[in-house]
Design a protein around this ligand. Structure first.
Ligand code: NAD
Ligand code: IPM
Ligand code: MN
Length: 361
């Protein structure tokens, strides 16, 4: 049994609601597996602006650096949209400060939700892919300029930045179906051409056993809707990865289901749902907590190397979806809290235990 320190940053909007469920899930993991999780809470985003004037206080960064992993809800909302400093800057700053350049966003269409997908069963059944989004470079972090009537964001990449995310993607492909689809805009962007050359070189020199294809982003936005099952690992830059991962989340019906892990070369990983602060439903117990709970499972798996525990959390989520214990975004009538309770129940009373009881009494 081990003790882990987890920095918990609920953030804004639905962030605190879904993170509250995620923290309860960690409590249930303690109950079932015996690990201790010491939760240290910090401010980020709009909540931090209100309390301190800035979106990422030094104290938050400090507790993140001391933690074994970081669990984050979401940031942003209309309240802060016109301010000089935005909540989103806190999220970008924490990613950059922690050096978490590899953002893994899995897309799996749950068998019990296939009929709810906006796409046909034969297109989405069995989809199982991971978007590897570069997270600390590109147009998000290049030089920004603004005058009264002109603005620009420099979309720059170095080959070193491309190499490290490419290696992460190829390594993951080796543990899966050995296929990487690299997505860029090499027909127009100079940075896209460097992206393609660098990915090709890393592939040729280090991962010739993995299949690699290059696809332009505009075509890819179409292909993922027509043949999503063709993809195993999708490797792409910061901006395209942001857009594609929201698009892909719709395959499984709701962005409320989608988790993510952001990992660096060393130090703690950052784990957060793909969705934002959802101001339209915040504060009403309507948010789907599954994205945050599956991000907690990714934290257990990739951040703390607790594989059985991660499997157990994922199985508990599947079991609640299977019995229709879901929020309104998935057509259900349960609230965030109630779905959380169903997940906790499934985690603490796994079906295997019943099976053993029945057969060996
Ligand atoms: P959003 O992801 O917050 O919401 C998009 C739609 O999805 C909304 O209709 C919302 O109700 C729904 N949705 C999102 N999460 C849900 C959940 N858990 N359960 C059920 N439905 C859910 O995106 P947006 O509306 O474009 O952005 C709102 C704010 O969030 C903005 O300030 C944006 O900058 C911020 N944002 C933050 C993050 C983050 O913190 N990682 C990510 C995306 C957007
Ligand atoms: C995400 C969000 C963030 C991003 C914003 C809020 C800065 O959309 O995590 O996907 O664009 O990376
Ligand atoms: Mn996004």
């Amino acid at each position: 049994m081990s003790t882990y320190t987890i920095a918990v940053l609920p953030g804004d909007g639905v962030g605190p609601e879904v993170i509250s469920v995620a923290c309860d899930v960690l409590g249930a993991v303690t109950e079932r597996f015996g690990h201790q999780f010491k939760l240290t809470r910090g401010l980020i985003g709009g909540a931090a602006i209100d309390a301190t004037g800035g979106p990422l206080p030094e104290g938050t960064l400090e507790l993140c650096r001391k933690a074994d992993a970081i669990l984050l809800g979401a940031v942003g909302g209309p309240k802060w949209d016109q301010g000089a400093v935005r909540p989103e800057q806190g999220l970008l700053a924490i990613r950059k400060e922690l050096g978490v350049f590899a953002n893994l966003r899995p897309v799996v269409v749950h068998g019990d939700l296939v009929e709810r997908s906006p796409l046909k069963r034969e297109i989405v059944e069995g989809v199982d892919l991971i978007v590897f989004r570069e997270l600390t470079g590109g147009a998000y972090f290049g030089e920004k300029r603004r005058t009264a009537d002109a603005a620009s964001d420099l979309g720059a990449y170095t080959s070193a930045e491309i190499e490290r995310i490419a290696r992460a993607a190829f390594k993951s492909a080796r543990r899966r179906r050995r296929k990487v689809t690299s997505v860029d805009k090499a027909n127009v962007m100079e940075a896209g051409r460097l992206w393609r050359e660098t990915v090709s070189r890393v592939h040729r020199e280090e991962f010739p056993d993995v299949a690699l294809e290059h696809v332009l982003i505009d075509a890819m936005a179409m292909h993922v809707l027509r043949w999503p099952r063709n993809y195993d690992i999708i490797l792409t830059d910061n901006m395209f990865g942001d857009i594609l991962s929201d698009e892909l989340s719709a395959l499984a019906d709701s962005i409320g289901l989608a988790p993510s892990a952001s990992l660096g070369a060393s130090g703690p990983g950052l784990f957060e749902p793909v969705h934002g602060s959802a101001p339209d439903i915040a504060g009403r117990n309507l948010a789907n907590p599954v994205g945050a709970v599956l991000s907690t499972a990714m934290m257990l798996r990739y951040g703390l190397r607790l594989e059985d525990e991660a499997d157990a959390v994922e199985a508990a989520v599947s079991a609640t979806i299977a019995i229709g214990a879901v929020t309104a975004d998935l057509g259900g009538d349960l609230g965030c809290r109630e779905v959380g309770d169903a997940i906790l129940h499934a985690l603490l009373h796994p079906p295997l235990a019943h099976y053993r009881l029945m057969h060996w009494g």
